[in-house]
Design a protein around this ligand. Sequence first.
Ligand SMILES: [Zn+2]
Ligand SMILES: [Zn+2]
Length: 131
Amino acid sequence: MDCPVCKNAMITLELEDVEIDYCTDCGGIWLDAGELELLLGEAEKAKQLLSSFTIDSQSTEEIRKCPICDKKMQKVIVGFSKPTLLIDKCRRGDGLWFDKGELHDIFDRAKLDKDNKIQKLLTNMFEHKET
Ligand SMILES: [Zn+2]
Ligand SMILES: [Zn+2]
């Protein structure tokens, strides 16, 4: 699968039995449909988070193409907190694209338990620093 941003081949990483596609050039991550829920692990919080998605039709961010169906993806706003977190979603529902750091952001916003394994893995992976 090619990165929708830099078009280079992505590598597959395994996070707690969930395979994610990761671009080593730009740090972006592709999740197939359903994988975000698996990673979040907490069904109720995952549902809340996903139901907070709203389509941003006015975004000026560059449109990206889905790495699976090659159609233009939609910009989706996650949650209600500021600054706005904008991710890319395939219109057919193939999956979600996260620019560097955005997946980590989503985990912060989902307010998961502090010892959530995936959040820790992501923190280590990207050496995310609190600002
Ligand atoms: Zn890339
Ligand atoms: Zn697609």
